[in-house]
Write a protein that binds this ligand. Structure first.
Ligand code: NAD
Length: 608
């Protein structure tokens, strides 16, 4: 399976590659694939050649015209491949240009497409024929077509008819850090290659800290998803046959690379998501633990030997599922990706991962890290896009299992999709409405520290956010007073500043949604203690900042009591008896987490 179709044209841009490496890679592929009636080179040519950049372009011709061109080319050169190259990488003006798998101009002329005239050149700079090409054409039993009409890559590239299909930056085998900003141009990662796709819906990602453009990408279409899944399916077969030791060592290596570069990775997370850098660093370091942990579990993935009567025995064997389709949310982009990927890989599965279109960057960085760790190409893939891309991934017949993190609503839709396709297993980590019970015997300062951690971490954009703060009526005024003072003291600032405690919301839309919840609650009768206002951060003027908020006198009838706000909004709700507190904590359709702050053990909490 390849990203290419018959009739496509490949432009290889080399930087450090030696001529011979490229030529021999292409000729190997050409010879190995003679039975393939395609005029293009296969992806192997790209992988083996290690060209720095490959652009795939196509002509807007009908399938029958392409077929005609393919047949014409084959009749001319006696090969299913259009394997004539301008070997010295120079155009007729002598300027360094592009290498390509060149369609013969004539074959397209035959279909009515005119290209600028150009003559083929197989000589080196001294004017001598390059031995590779002499040998090449002698193997084909054809004279060297020196001076024949042909479309040199550089001129071919200029033709208006060509349409760019995708750009592939090929494998960098060495250390990927420090990352160059250019990686943001090719955020898809399929078959070990970083890709720019250009057919799907366009997404623009703004930096939450200052609303400036971070990157943009086109979503993977269902065809491109199918390609990624097919590549993952093929790669999974050899991955499952790797020894458990090898699998573990690759995951361990990934853990080491993340650890060595955690500060740089955290900066990217921070730029992409808007959370304070100190939190982003903690997130990234937790991924080190994740990969280390699963590296260790590889050795435990053993079956059982069960003795039976008459010297017979039964045994169990653990086998991977195949391709696991994973979809992540935007609030903990790298963590979510690691939680899904590390166990799936440890068990011998391959993964196609779709991050949230709001935070697409660090899943891609993880792909680069895994490649550097030695993970075979195609075992971990990242496809970018939104709901449509996610749906195509979930519903594909070759995705054996789905793992999803996101909202309750999307989780329900995905569960339906999984049931409708072929009843595939699914793991869901969804949104919630959680509570924190503060008993009357607490140390107020300690309790307030707990309330702040449970509500303001990551601007409140945490699935386990305990927005319902149930406080014993006898201490609620005191708690409110201390909480207000401490909340007002929190530094709201540039997420990249190490002293910042409150960063930016992930998007302007999400910031506005949180603010709407606050305004709605006030309309319904809640008392605004502080916060919920837009904040102007110097040098980050247009960033998506909102001050952390406290709402008091919140009642069970209010919208904020029921719905997940996903923002830094603490709801102070009084209770009189333990039973009352427990009832309100459990009074939700989306129970996820719960907490209790108390000094004695008298509070007998039972959560459903
Ligand atoms: P979301 O549900 O809007 O989107 C999550 C992902 O699903 C995105 O990648 C999105 O593109 C994709 N998606 C959307 N519709 C889809 C469809 N029909 N089919 C397939 N994929 C689809 O959630 P979000 O706004 O990105 O994340 C915030 C939510 O995630 C919150 O509710 C939060 O509580 C929850 N969350 C839960 C956990 C947990 O561990 N329980 C952790 C983090 C976030």
């Amino acid at each position: 399976m390849s990203l290419l179709s018959a009739g496509d044209i490949l432009f290889f841009h080399r930087q450090s590659l030696q001529n011979d490496d490229f030529s021999s890679a292409v000729s190997r592929v050409a010879i190995a694939n003679r039975s393939n009636q395609s005029i293009t080179h296969t992806e192997e040519a790209i992988f083996e050649s290690e060209a720095c950049l490959v652009e795939i372009t196509s002509l807007p011709l009908s399938a029958s015209a392409i077929q005609k061109a393919v047949q014409f080319a084959e009749s001319c050169i006696g090969s299913p491949y259009n394997d004539i190259f301008a070997p010295d990488c120079r155009n007729s003006q002598g300027k360094i240009s592009y290498y390509c798998s060149q369609l013969i101009t004539e074959s397209y002329k035959d279909c009515g497409v005119e290209f600028p005239d150009h003559r083929l050149n197989f000589k080196d700079k001294k004017g001598d024929f390059i031995p590779f090409w002499e040998d090449y054409f002698s193997r084909l039993k054809r004279p060297l077509p020196q001076g024949d009409s042909g479309s040199h890559p550089s001129t071919l590239r200029m033709t208006a008819q060509l349409q760019l299909k995708s750009t592939i930056r090929s494998a960098i085998k060495g250390n990927i850090f420090p990352l160059k900003d250019s990686f943001l141009e090719t955020l898809h990662f399929i078959g070990g290659q970083t890709l720019k796709l250009e057919k799907g819906q366009k997404f623009e990602v703004l930096k939450p800290r200052n609303a400036k453009l971070l990157c943009s990408f086109y979503a993977a279409t269902s065809d491109e998803i199918a390609t990624a899944i097919e590549i993952a399916k093929k790669a999974q077969i050899s991955w499952q046959n790797e020894t458990l030791v090898k699998r573990g060592s690759i995951l361990q290596k990934a853990a080491e690379i993340i650890k060595e570069n955690y500060k740089e990775i955290a900066e990217w997370e921070c730029r992409d998501n808007g959370k304070p850098i100190c939190e982003a660093e903690a997130d990234v370091l937790s991924c080190v633990d994740t990969f280390q942990y699963y590296a260790g579990t590889c050795h435990t993935l053993l079956g059982q030997h069960i003795p039976l009567e008459n010297n017979r025995y039964a045994y169990t064997k653990r086998v991977p599922l195949g391709v696991v389709g994973c979809i992540g949310a935007w609030n903990y982009p790298l963590q979510t990706c690691s939680w899904k990927t590390a166990p799936a890989l440890a068990c011998g599965n391959s993964v196609v991962y779709k991050p949230s279109p709001l935070c697409p960057v660090t899943a891609h960085i993880l792909a680069l890290i895994l490649r550097q760790s030695g993970l075979p190409d195609g075992v971990f893939n990242v496809v970018q896009g939104g709901a449509e891309t996610g749906k195509a991934l979930v519903e594909h017949k070759d995705v054996a299992k789905v793992s999803f993190t996101g909202s309750l609503q999307t989780g329900k839709a995905i569960m339906q999709s999984c049931a409708a396709s072929c009843v595939k297993p699914i793991t869901l980590e969804l949104g919630g409405k959680s509570a924190l019970i503060v008993s009357d015997d607490v140390d107020i300062e300690e309790a307030v520290a707990c309330i702040m951690a449970a509500n303001y971490y990551s601007q409140g954009q945490v699935c386990t956010n305990a927005s319902k703060v149930l406080v014993h009526r006898s201490i609620i005024d005191k708690v409110e007073d201390v909480l207000r003072k401490k909340t007002l003291n929190m530094k709201i600032g540039d997420p990249l500043d190490v002293t910042t405690k409150v960063g930016a919301h992930v998007s302007a839309e999400h910031r506005d949604k949180v603010q709407q919840y606050v305004r709605g609650a006030v309309k319904e009768g809640a008392r605004l203690v502080c916060g919920g206002e837009r904040v102007n951060v110097p040098e980050c003027e247009n960033g998506f900042y909102l001050s952390p908020c406290i709402l008091a006198q919140v009642t069970e009838a209010m919208t904020v009591y029921r719905e997940e706000i996903f923002g830094a909004v603490a709801l102070l709700i009084p209770y009189d008896t333990e039973n009352d507190a427990i009832r309100m904590a459990n009074d939700t359709d989306a129970p996820l987490a719960s907490g209790v702050v108390c000094r004695s053990e008298i509070l007998h909490v039972f959560f459903s």
